[in-house]
Write a protein that binds this ligand. Sequence first.
Ligand code: CTP
Ligand code: MG
Length: 237
Amino acid sequence: HRTAAVIPAAGRGVRLGPGAPKALRAIGGTPMLIHAVRAMARSRAVSLVVVVAPSDGAAEVRRLVDEHTLPDRTEILVVPGGETRQDSVRAGLAALPANVTSVLIHDAARPLVPVDTVDSVVEAVRDGSPAVVPALPLADTVKEVEPGRPGEPEPVVATPVRARLRAVQTPQGFDVTALRRAHEAIAVDGEGATDDAAMVEQLGITVMVVPGHEEAFKVTRPLDLVLAEAVLARRRA
Ligand code: CTP
Ligand code: MG
Protein backbone atom coordinates (compact mmCIF):
# COMPACT_ATOMS: atom_id res chain seq x y z
CA HIS A 1 0.00 0.00 0.00
CA ARG A 2 1.52 3.29 -0.98
CA THR A 3 -1.67 5.32 -0.79
CA ALA A 4 -4.34 4.64 1.84
CA ALA A 5 -7.59 6.41 2.65
CA VAL A 6 -8.83 7.12 6.17
CA ILE A 7 -12.57 7.77 6.47
CA PRO A 8 -13.61 9.49 9.70
CA ALA A 9 -17.16 8.23 10.26
CA ALA A 10 -17.44 8.43 14.05
CA GLY A 11 -19.56 11.60 14.31
CA ARG A 12 -23.09 11.66 15.70
CA GLY A 13 -24.56 13.97 13.07
CA VAL A 14 -26.20 16.33 15.55
CA ARG A 15 -26.99 18.92 12.87
CA LEU A 16 -28.76 16.28 10.76
CA GLY A 17 -31.25 15.75 13.58
CA PRO A 18 -32.35 12.67 15.50
CA GLY A 19 -31.69 9.20 14.09
CA ALA A 20 -28.83 6.77 13.55
CA PRO A 21 -25.21 8.04 13.54
CA LYS A 22 -24.85 10.12 10.35
CA ALA A 23 -22.46 7.75 8.53
CA LEU A 24 -24.98 4.90 8.86
CA ARG A 25 -27.90 6.86 7.38
CA ALA A 26 -28.95 5.62 3.95
CA ILE A 27 -28.79 7.45 0.64
CA GLY A 28 -30.52 5.59 -2.17
CA GLY A 29 -30.90 2.66 0.24
CA THR A 30 -27.15 2.34 0.96
CA PRO A 31 -25.39 3.69 4.08
CA MET A 32 -23.49 6.92 3.49
CA LEU A 33 -20.34 5.27 4.77
CA ILE A 34 -20.49 2.55 2.11
CA HIS A 35 -20.81 5.19 -0.62
CA ALA A 36 -17.74 6.91 0.84
CA VAL A 37 -15.72 3.67 0.98
CA ARG A 38 -16.64 2.90 -2.64
CA ALA A 39 -15.69 6.43 -3.69
CA MET A 40 -12.17 5.90 -2.29
CA ALA A 41 -11.82 2.29 -3.48
CA ARG A 42 -12.77 3.36 -7.01
CA SER A 43 -9.48 5.23 -7.29
CA ARG A 44 -6.83 2.91 -8.73
CA ALA A 45 -4.26 4.45 -6.40
CA VAL A 46 -6.09 3.42 -3.21
CA SER A 47 -5.55 -0.18 -2.04
CA LEU A 48 -6.32 0.25 1.67
CA VAL A 49 -9.26 2.03 3.33
CA VAL A 50 -9.41 2.58 7.11
CA VAL A 51 -12.92 3.32 8.35
CA VAL A 52 -13.07 5.10 11.70
CA ALA A 53 -16.35 3.96 13.22
CA PRO A 54 -18.38 5.34 16.14
CA SER A 55 -16.59 4.04 19.26
CA ASP A 56 -19.53 1.80 20.22
CA GLY A 57 -20.32 0.82 16.62
CA ALA A 58 -17.13 -0.72 15.20
CA ALA A 59 -18.64 -4.24 15.09
CA GLU A 60 -21.75 -3.00 13.27
CA VAL A 61 -19.65 -1.05 10.77
CA ARG A 62 -17.45 -4.12 10.16
CA ARG A 63 -20.61 -6.12 9.40
CA LEU A 64 -21.92 -3.43 7.03
CA VAL A 65 -18.63 -3.26 5.16
CA ASP A 66 -18.55 -7.05 4.79
CA GLU A 67 -22.09 -7.31 3.48
CA HIS A 68 -21.72 -4.69 0.71
CA THR A 69 -19.92 -5.25 -2.55
CA LEU A 70 -16.68 -3.34 -2.77
CA PRO A 71 -13.89 -3.48 -5.35
CA ASP A 72 -12.15 -6.69 -4.24
CA ARG A 73 -8.57 -5.56 -4.54
CA THR A 74 -9.17 -3.05 -1.75
CA GLU A 75 -8.43 -3.99 1.85
CA ILE A 76 -10.77 -2.45 4.45
CA LEU A 77 -9.89 -1.99 8.14
CA VAL A 78 -12.36 -0.75 10.75
CA VAL A 79 -11.16 1.00 13.93
CA PRO A 80 -13.09 2.82 16.69
CA GLY A 81 -13.06 6.63 16.64
CA GLY A 82 -12.84 9.34 19.30
CA GLU A 83 -14.60 12.35 20.82
CA THR A 84 -13.60 14.83 18.13
CA ARG A 85 -12.93 14.51 14.42
CA GLN A 86 -9.27 15.17 15.15
CA ASP A 87 -9.20 12.22 17.61
CA SER A 88 -10.86 10.01 15.01
CA VAL A 89 -8.35 10.93 12.31
CA ARG A 90 -5.52 10.21 14.73
CA ALA A 91 -7.00 6.73 15.40
CA GLY A 92 -7.15 6.11 11.66
CA LEU A 93 -3.53 7.19 11.15
CA ALA A 94 -2.42 4.86 13.95
CA ALA A 95 -3.90 1.89 12.06
CA LEU A 96 -1.88 2.49 8.85
CA PRO A 97 0.85 -0.04 8.05
CA ALA A 98 4.42 1.22 7.75
CA ASN A 99 4.55 0.95 3.93
CA VAL A 100 1.93 3.70 3.45
CA THR A 101 3.58 6.88 2.20
CA SER A 102 0.57 9.05 1.39
CA VAL A 103 -2.89 9.21 2.87
CA LEU A 104 -6.26 10.63 1.89
CA ILE A 105 -8.52 11.80 4.71
CA HIS A 106 -12.12 11.67 3.52
CA ASP A 107 -15.31 12.51 5.42
CA ALA A 108 -17.91 9.72 5.43
CA ALA A 109 -20.29 12.69 5.21
CA ARG A 110 -19.13 13.36 1.60
CA PRO A 111 -20.47 10.14 0.08
CA LEU A 112 -20.77 11.28 -3.54
CA VAL A 113 -17.31 12.66 -4.34
CA PRO A 114 -16.44 11.72 -7.95
CA VAL A 115 -13.37 9.54 -8.55
CA ASP A 116 -11.79 12.23 -10.76
CA THR A 117 -11.62 14.54 -7.73
CA VAL A 118 -9.99 11.78 -5.66
CA ASP A 119 -7.49 11.10 -8.43
CA SER A 120 -6.53 14.74 -8.84
CA VAL A 121 -5.72 14.97 -5.13
CA VAL A 122 -3.67 11.74 -5.26
CA GLU A 123 -1.80 12.97 -8.31
CA ALA A 124 -0.88 16.31 -6.75
CA VAL A 125 0.49 14.53 -3.66
CA ARG A 126 2.46 12.09 -5.84
CA ASP A 127 3.82 15.06 -7.77
CA GLY A 128 5.42 16.26 -4.55
CA SER A 129 2.95 18.45 -2.62
CA PRO A 130 2.91 17.34 1.03
CA ALA A 131 -0.67 18.58 1.51
CA VAL A 132 -3.44 18.96 -1.08
CA VAL A 133 -7.09 19.94 -0.69
CA PRO A 134 -9.95 20.08 -3.21
CA ALA A 135 -11.94 23.30 -3.01
CA LEU A 136 -14.46 25.45 -4.84
CA PRO A 137 -15.04 29.21 -5.13
CA LEU A 138 -17.84 30.51 -2.91
CA ALA A 139 -21.31 31.50 -4.06
CA ASP A 140 -22.06 33.61 -0.97
CA THR A 141 -20.18 36.63 0.27
CA VAL A 142 -18.62 35.84 3.67
CA LYS A 143 -18.59 38.18 6.69
CA GLU A 144 -16.51 37.82 9.81
CA VAL A 145 -18.59 38.83 12.85
CA GLU A 146 -18.14 39.29 16.57
CA PRO A 147 -20.25 36.33 17.73
CA GLY A 148 -23.08 37.33 20.08
CA ARG A 149 -25.89 35.48 21.80
CA PRO A 150 -27.75 33.03 19.51
CA GLY A 151 -30.51 34.84 17.63
CA GLU A 152 -29.21 38.35 18.47
CA PRO A 153 -27.81 40.67 15.75
CA GLU A 154 -23.99 40.49 15.52
CA PRO A 155 -21.62 43.28 14.40
CA VAL A 156 -19.58 42.70 11.23
CA VAL A 157 -15.82 42.81 11.74
CA ALA A 158 -14.59 42.23 8.17
CA THR A 159 -15.60 41.19 4.64
CA PRO A 160 -12.85 39.14 2.97
CA VAL A 161 -12.66 39.48 -0.82
CA ARG A 162 -14.80 36.64 -2.10
CA ALA A 163 -12.71 35.93 -5.18
CA ARG A 164 -9.79 34.91 -2.93
CA LEU A 165 -11.86 32.49 -0.81
CA ARG A 166 -12.39 28.76 -1.37
CA ALA A 167 -14.72 26.29 0.32
CA VAL A 168 -12.64 23.25 1.17
CA GLN A 169 -13.77 19.66 0.69
CA THR A 170 -12.32 16.19 1.12
CA PRO A 171 -10.50 13.93 0.33
CA GLN A 172 -7.50 15.90 1.56
CA GLY A 173 -4.21 14.27 0.59
CA PHE A 174 -1.02 14.25 2.64
CA ASP A 175 2.46 12.96 2.88
CA VAL A 176 1.81 10.64 5.82
CA THR A 177 4.83 11.85 7.78
CA ALA A 178 3.69 15.48 7.55
CA LEU A 179 0.18 14.69 8.76
CA ARG A 180 1.46 12.51 11.62
CA ARG A 181 3.82 15.31 12.69
CA ALA A 182 0.92 17.78 12.66
CA HIS A 183 -1.17 15.49 14.85
CA GLU A 184 1.68 15.12 17.32
CA ALA A 185 2.45 18.84 17.45
CA ILE A 186 -0.92 20.57 17.21
CA ALA A 187 -3.55 20.48 19.93
CA VAL A 188 -6.83 22.29 19.27
CA ASP A 189 -9.29 22.91 22.11
CA GLY A 190 -12.98 22.19 22.12
CA GLU A 191 -14.29 20.68 18.91
CA GLY A 192 -10.71 20.08 17.72
CA ALA A 193 -9.57 20.81 14.17
CA THR A 194 -12.39 20.50 11.62
CA ASP A 195 -9.84 20.50 8.80
CA ASP A 196 -6.70 18.36 8.58
CA ALA A 197 -4.92 20.75 6.25
CA ALA A 198 -5.20 23.56 8.81
CA MET A 199 -3.07 21.52 11.21
CA VAL A 200 -0.38 20.99 8.58
CA GLU A 201 -0.47 24.73 7.76
CA GLN A 202 0.48 25.38 11.38
CA LEU A 203 3.72 23.45 10.79
CA GLY A 204 4.56 26.03 8.12
CA ILE A 205 3.89 23.63 5.24
CA THR A 206 2.21 25.11 2.15
CA VAL A 207 -1.12 23.43 1.40
CA MET A 208 -2.08 23.35 -2.29
CA VAL A 209 -5.64 23.66 -3.61
CA VAL A 210 -6.90 21.66 -6.60
CA PRO A 211 -10.39 21.99 -8.11
CA GLY A 212 -13.10 20.37 -6.01
CA HIS A 213 -16.49 19.20 -7.24
CA GLU A 214 -20.09 20.24 -6.49
CA GLU A 215 -20.98 16.60 -5.78
CA ALA A 216 -18.34 16.41 -3.05
CA PHE A 217 -20.60 18.53 -0.80
CA LYS A 218 -20.89 17.52 2.86
CA VAL A 219 -24.14 16.08 4.16
CA THR A 220 -24.59 18.21 7.26
CA ARG A 221 -28.23 19.35 7.52
CA PRO A 222 -31.51 17.71 6.48
CA LEU A 223 -31.64 19.60 3.15
CA ASP A 224 -28.29 18.03 2.20
CA LEU A 225 -29.89 14.58 2.37
CA VAL A 226 -32.53 15.73 -0.13
CA LEU A 227 -29.76 16.92 -2.46
CA ALA A 228 -27.77 13.68 -2.04
CA GLU A 229 -30.82 11.57 -2.93
CA ALA A 230 -31.40 13.72 -6.02
CA VAL A 231 -27.77 13.49 -7.18
CA LEU A 232 -27.80 9.71 -6.80
CA ALA A 233 -31.13 9.39 -8.63
CA ARG A 234 -29.72 11.48 -11.50
CA ARG A 235 -26.61 9.25 -11.68
CA ARG A 236 -28.73 6.12 -11.80
CA ALA A 237 -31.09 7.50 -14.46
N1 CTP B 1 -16.24 12.66 12.72
C1 CTP B 1 -15.54 11.62 13.37
N2 CTP B 1 -15.39 11.64 14.72
C2 CTP B 1 -15.93 12.63 15.46
C3 CTP B 1 -16.64 13.70 14.82
C4 CTP B 1 -16.77 13.67 13.44
O1 CTP B 1 -15.06 10.70 12.70
N3 CTP B 1 -15.80 12.58 16.79
C5 CTP B 1 -16.43 12.58 11.26
C6 CTP B 1 -17.91 12.52 10.87
O2 CTP B 1 -18.39 11.17 11.00
C7 CTP B 1 -17.92 13.04 9.46
C8 CTP B 1 -16.70 13.98 9.41
O3 CTP B 1 -15.96 13.75 10.62
O4 CTP B 1 -17.75 12.03 8.49
C9 CTP B 1 -17.12 15.44 9.27
O5 CTP B 1 -17.76 15.86 10.46
P1 CTP B 1 -19.21 16.49 10.55
O6 CTP B 1 -19.78 16.74 9.20
O7 CTP B 1 -19.16 17.58 11.55
O8 CTP B 1 -20.06 15.23 11.13
P2 CTP B 1 -20.65 15.06 12.58
O9 CTP B 1 -19.66 15.54 13.60
O10 CTP B 1 -21.14 13.66 12.66
O11 CTP B 1 -21.93 16.04 12.52
P3 CTP B 1 -22.35 17.15 13.60
O12 CTP B 1 -21.17 18.07 13.74
O13 CTP B 1 -23.57 17.80 13.00
O14 CTP B 1 -22.65 16.37 14.85
MG1 MG C 1 -19.07 17.60 13.67
